[in-house]
Write a protein that binds this ligand. Structure first.
Ligand code: 5RP
Length: 217
């Protein structure tokens, strides 16, 4: 039987939209699943302030009538009630890979600022353990030196991030995600990587057929 992944993304997104209450500050992720969430959230017509993790998400949210507030200046919210975002891989041990859309740095900042970080995904995103590629955002200054130091990196044919970063992917082994996350975080020139630790994730809502499964790491 063919799995309708778009349907699974949509129902996971709709389930997440039901978690949002009037008056909340809500983080909006990036990607096709997060886009379904923006649609479902806008349809609820709540009084919210939203923080967007990419210009594409901001444009869509604003077009649908959601109030998007700045997150990069004095006076911006410092805590969010909840953030909802998609994922590329959700592993059985709770580790998550994000950033195929290149927005993982902003997405991690928003997730870390949220009291509750909810992932939404179709069932194909569930994996036994995380594996390469792991998205990386590099500071443009010295990027060639950073790439040479890392070695096992694949360049992306992608525009710079909104923050001027260069997107590449780690394609070396991911035997121990915690160890790799430490290594990548300690490498000069890496702005951030797409490995999200289990403790950052409150829950995952995963569409499977016509049902939404709730997983907690
Ligand atoms: C963007 C992301 C996305 O959330 C992730 O790539 C999943 O995308 P999609 O919902 O389109 O499958 O991390 O940086």
């Amino acid at each position: 039987m063919q799995v309708d992944l778009e349907h699974e993304k949509r129902i996971a997104a709709e389930a997440a939209a039901l978690l949002i209450e009037d008056g909340m500050v809500v983080g909006l992720g990036t990607g096709s699943t997060a886009s379904f969430f923006v649609e479902a959230l806008a349809a609820r017509e709540l009084d919210l302030r939203c923080v967007a993790t990419s210009p594409a998400t901001e444009a869509k949210a604003t077009r649908l009538g959601l109030r998007v507030v700045p997150f990069g200046c004095e006076g911006a919210p410092t805590r969010l009630d909840i953030a909802v975002d998609g994922a590329d891989q959700v592993a059985a041990d709770g580790w998550v890979v994000k950033g195929n859309g290149g927005a993982h740095t902003r997405e991690k900042i928003v997730a870390a600022a949220a009291d509750r970080f909810v992932l939404i995904a179709s069932s194909d995103k569930l994996v036994e353990q995380v594996s390469p590629p792991i998205p990386l955002e590099l500071l443009a200054f010295g990027a060639e030196a950073t790439i040479a130091r890392l070695g096992r990196v694949r360049r992306r044919d992608a525009p710079r991030t909104p923050d001027g970063g260069i997107l590449v992917d780690w394609i070396g082994p991911v035997d121990d995600p915690a160890e790799l996350a430490r290594l990548l975080s300690a490498t000069p020139g890496i702005v951030d990587h797409g490995l999200f630790p289990p403790e950052l994730v409150s829950e995952a809502l995963v569409g499977r057929g016509d049902r939404v499964e709730r997983l907690r790491p």
